[in-house]
Design a protein. Sequence first.
Length: 285
Amino acid sequence: MKYFFTPSTQHLADSFPGQRGACIFKKFSDGEQYVKVIDDVTGQEVCVISSTVPPSDNFFDLFLLLDALQRLGARVNLFLTYFGYARQDKAAHGEALSAEVIARFFKTFALNTISVIHVHNPEITQFLPFINNIPYEFFYSIARNVDVIVAPDKGAFSFAQQIALHVHKPAAHVEKIRPSYEHTQIIGFTGDVKDKRALIVDDMISTGGTIVHAADLLLQQGALSVEVAATHGIFDDDAVGKIERSCIKKVHVTNTLEQKIHHAKIAVHDIAPFIAECIELLRQK
Ligand code: R5P
């Protein structure tokens, strides 16, 4: 099976040398995007590895690639390393339901299968059925070296509990509210981190507000040290600066998104073997 990568996942393409399908992405002088598939994939099963991370050029490249492959008569499996816009999963009066808009585009392509790595809210499968793949081994490997696993908000508590259970450690959780899209505020804490090495687990780090505030609180509660593990490192706004100035000892992320950051406090774990595993499982089904 040939694997096609879009510009948002080019950093992963070298990990799949034998399977790479050939295609061209370019932009015309007026900004319009263009995609051409070079390989003849007529009647073949292929896998597109991509993400819907902003800017929107990324998912437009993806939509054009899906169209080009389908026109060639390929049977397309979609593998999203990151489902961007998944956080906009509810709409108040007058707001767009962005996660559903993205889902609706995918539905027009009659895809064979859709897989996603660690989606923000698995409930959005109501908009689009897909397999949600969580890189548990990434979390377990870090969790084995700490004493307590902490969810940075109530919503992530069952996830933290799952990891804690697997590595036979206790779990705790912070209670957070989000007064606005970019700001977070801690309002409570449940658990015991006194004299313990704590690990905060989350799906993503965006502005870094959630983990930095949670880490401060854990230290106030007597934690010895605080590390963080999150699947997706978005690191927007001043996230890296916030992490640098924070009490956090180490942040672990994967490269579901390209990581150009080189910082002593940030460790990037390669997600390519996990992607290969997930695709292999799909093939066996
Ligand atoms: C929220 O529910 C998510 O799981 C993350 O905790 C959140 O998106 C992280 O955002 P930020 O880094 O901007 O606080």
